[in-house]
Ligand binder design. Structure first.
Ligand SMILES: Nc1ncnc2c1ncn2[C@@H]1O[C@H](COP(=O)(O)OP(=O)(O)OP(=O)(O)O)[C@@H](O)[C@H]1O
Ligand SMILES: [Mg+2]
Length: 252
């Protein structure tokens, strides 16, 4: 599972994440929400071992990222928000490359790779160079690569951006199925309408701090807003009231 205790990250004088406590259990899909710049990507990168926390404890699958980063990384996959893939590799070559990074024999994962490409409707593209792939196709290739080594912890940063409705449905089903097998999934997203059907619990960040976490019904009870849609809860928790009417601003 995923554990953050008192985690702080600074960029120079600016504190992007401050004293963050968060636990994602086995079997759970956790949705990470928050305004632009709230600190979601920074947090995910610390969990993936790409950024080092300035303070606090980061554990993935019970393993401390500070002291045993390589071991912790064996058990996780991180899909960044920008789907960067080497242009001069084919999709199939990229999957081979990913498998080798995790020390997997291609023979052992070849069938699984073919199934994943089939699932993401990329089979007919597997021998084409990635430079010919669309944004959504790159995302699907990265998602295939991410689960190839069966990580116990899967972290995805805004995975729904760029996926067509079919791809988005597939991804949501995949995340649920992945968690149902006893793994942990952490997904940052701005797509509120997908949260309730996909995430068991959510956490909402504001300026580097977690301002709320729990199930959506728990948040409604806590805020005494029993009938409020998630959008209203989100705006209530993250916003200061708008200082000017939008229509008024646009008419300027
Ligand atoms: N490399 C960096 N150097 C300096 N500041 C950074 C860097 N990366 C992020 N920040 C700052 O840290 C804060 C948190 O950024 P982060 O990318 O974690 O936010 P986010 O919640 O993922 O936002 P978004 O929803 O827009 O993706 C922002 O104020 C951002 O400007
Ligand atoms: Mg981000």
């Amino acid at each position: 599972m995923i554990e953050l205790q008192g985690v702080t990250k600074r960029y120079g004088d600016f504190t992007a994440v401050e004293g963050l406590d968060l636990t994602v259990q086995w079997g759970e899909v956790f949705g990470f929400l928050g305004a632009n710049g709230a600190g979601k990507t920074t947090t995910l990168k610390m969990l993936a071992g790409i950024l080092r926390a300035d303070a606090g404890i980061v554990r993935v699958g019970g393993i401390d990222m500070r002291t045993h980063a390589v071991e912790a990384k064996r058990h996780l996959a991180f899909v960044p928000d920008r789907p960067y893939v080497y242009d001069k590799l084919t999709g199939s070559e990229f999957l081979r490359f990913s498998a080798s990074l995790y020390g997997l024999q291609w023979k052992a994962v070849e069938a699984r790779a073919a199934e994943l490409l089939e699932m993401f409707e990329l089979s007919s593209w597997q021998h084409e160079l990635v430079e010919q792939y669309s944004h959504g196709m790159r995302q699907k290739l990265l998602l295939s690569a991410a689960v190839l080594h069966r990580p116990k912890v899967l972290m995805v940063d805004e995975p729904l951006v760029g996926l067509d409705p079919r791809g988005a449905r597939l991804l949501k089903d995949m995340l649920r199925a992945y968690a149902a097998r006893g793994n942990s999934v952490l997904m940052s997203t701005h797509t509120l309408e997908t949260v309730e059907g996909t995430c068991d619990r959510i956490g909402i960040m504001k300026r580097g701090k977690l301002v709320a976490s729990g199930t959506v019904p728990e948040l409604r009870t806590w805020l005494r807003m029993p009938d409020a849609p998630l959008e209203q809860l989100f705006l209530h928790l993250t916003g200061e009231p708008a200082s000017r009417d939008v229509a008024e601003v646009l008419s300027v």
